[in-house]
Design a protein around this ligand. Structure first.
Ligand code: NAD
Ligand code: DAU
Length: 352
């Protein structure tokens, strides 16, 4: 069995679904179900005995050791985090608590469990920490993409908290020998993405006839990766990555935000034209920029390609079309998220 933390979130949820589609190895899914956790993403697994869901906090130093002792996972994949930059600007406290203190407590719980394992299980054990390219800071237009050797230079409360967690994970390997691997990935997009992030927000606002908010001049660059390619990269790192190593994951898909928004508008014009015949791009609205907004991220994923043979399957064109189509085809998930009904569903689920 593997332990996935944050498996009701966007990337963790996709990871659990993909894992169980390809393997019968069970998943213990530990998630606190914050506003970003959505069990409806995992509806297909509701009656699947290979998926054990536990609502709880990675920082719970009573619960996590109990789970480790009971289920004896061979690996932990740590997705759990507060993940939205704008929320970290308005209220950094939860980011410090989960991303730093929570990761510290999780590392300590895992270290206690791992150090007591028999030799063969201890040698095979892995802790994969899922992190972000934002820890490297911001690039100038002509800078080379981030390599694993770039220094950490985080600029937002979110990225600072993730950088701190990366350092803790690294230290737990160097000091205690915990068999860790860290991935630093660029911007993901795809199914089950919570509509506070640019791509799902633009799709859903466009369909609702609302403004499409573009921060500043819209020329900030992100390197977009389809979420299922990220999940495949994590499986590669878990399976064959070098212990103690960090791996950058990216799509070689650098795009200015405004181009991304126009691309979504064009796909919607084709697949779901507006009733009045106007283009969705007419809804684009420039709004006040994000404070401290990083100008450009780009990932050099050569190490992952050379060492582990990973490369993304989707181009941006194929991935964004799949994504827009998914949002058009999954109205039930979308309406539960946009109305907040998924929160009621979680409450009912836990009453049961
Ligand atoms: P998300 O916000 O969609 O999901 C996070 C999940 O973690 C939620 O289900 C939430 O309930 C859970 N969670 C939060 N605090 C918790 C806690 N204390 N204990 C247990 N569970 C908790 O995030 P995401 O976009 O799926 O990102 C997952 C991970 O990948 C994060 O660590 C993030 O930093 C990293 N990452 C994200 C991206 C991206 O583009 N989304 C890119 C690179 C790396
Ligand atoms: O780079 C990886 C990171 O990507 C992850 O670590 C984070 O968890 C994830 O949230 C994401 O961070 P970003 O801040 O890049 O993603 P977001 O979707 O919030 O914004 C993408 C870009 O779009 C960014 O330059 C800000 C801009 N933006 C965002 C929103 C929500 C807008 O212009 N308008 C918006 O309404």
């Amino acid at each position: 069995m593997i332990l996935v933390t944050g498996g009701a979130g966007f990337i963790g949820g996709n990871f659990v679904l993909d894992w169980l589609a390809a393997s019968d190895e069970p998943v213990l899914n530990l998630d606190k179900l914050t506003y970003a956790g959505n069990l409806q993403t995992l509806t297909a697994l509701e009656h699947d005995a290979r998926h054990v869901f536990v609502r709880g906090d990675i920082g719970d130093t009573a619960l996590v050791p109990q789970l480790l002792a009971r289920y004896r996972p061979r690996a932990v994949i740590n997705f759990a985090a507060e993940s939205h930059v704008d929320r970290s600007i308005h209220g950094p406290s939860d980011f410090i608590q989960t991303n730093i203190v929570g990761t510290f407590n999780l590392l300590e719980s895992v270290r206690g469990h791992w150090s007591a394992l028999p030799d063969d299980e201890r040698a095979a054990f892995r802790f994969v920490h899922v992190s972000t390219d934002e820890v490297y800071g911001s690039l100038a237009p002509d800078d080379a993409p981030f390599r694993e050797t770039n220094p950490h230079a985080p600029n937002s409360p979110y990225s600072a908290s993730k950088a701190a967690s990366d350092h803790l994970v690294r230290a737990w390997h160097h000091t205690y020998g915990l068999p860790v691997l860290t991935t630093n990935c660029s911007n993901n997009y795809g199914p089950y993405h919570f509509p506070e992030k640019l791509i799902p927000l633009v799709i859903l606002n466009a369909l609702a006839g609302k403004p499409l908010p573009v921060y500043g001049d819209g020329q900030q660059v992100r390197d977009w990766l389809y979420v299922k390619d990220h999940c495949a990269a994590i499986r590669c790192v878990l399976g064959a990555g070098q212990v103690g190593q960090t791996y950058n994951v990216g799509g070689w898909n650098e795009k200015p935000n405004l181009d991304v928004v126009h691309t979504i508008c064009r796909i919607l014009d084709e697949l779901r034209p507006r009733a009045d015949g106007q283009p969705y791009a007419s809804q684009i609205t420039f709004v006040t920029d994000r404070p401290g907004h990083d100008r450009r991220y780009a990932i050099d994923a050569t190490r992952l390609a050379d060492e582990l043979g990973w490369k993304p399957e989707e181009t941006f064109d194929s991935g964004i079309r799949k994504t827009v189509t998914w949002y058009l085809d999954n109205e039930a998930w979308v309406s539960n998220v946009t109305s907040g009904a998924y929160r009621d569903w979680i409450a009912q689920q836990y009453e049961r």
